[in-house]
Design a protein around this ligand. Structure first.
Ligand code: SF4
Length: 85
């Protein structure tokens, strides 16, 4: 899952995102883009990336989910020759 948002302060209504990914964006009554959903998965991730790339003012914020960790807490670097802490 990834997070998708439009910075409406930046958006200039060029509509390139709507052309690139009509399933994810629309222009509202003010002529500015808005994301139709803020969480995208699967094939929508590629469409969101395409829209991000074509926006001429970088108004699209697309934040991929960070990679999952093993769940083991970070215990810090090992020290000493034998790995003692
Ligand atoms: S391409 Fe960028 S500037 Fe144009 S409508 Fe979409 S978000 Fe706004």
């Amino acid at each position: 899952m990834a997070r998708l948002e439009v910075d409406r302060g930046q958006c200039q209504g060029h509509g390139q995102c709507v052309i690139a990914a009509p399933e994810l964006f629309e222009l509202d009554d003010d002529g500015l883009s808005r994301a139709l959903r803020n969480e995208v998965t699967g094939e929508d991730i590629g469409a969101a990336r395409s829209a991000e790339l074509v926006c001429p003012v970088s108004a699209i914020r697309f934040t991929p989910e960070p990679p999952r960790t093993s769940g083991v807490p970070n215990e810090g670097p090992l020290t000493g020759r034998g790995g003692e802490r």
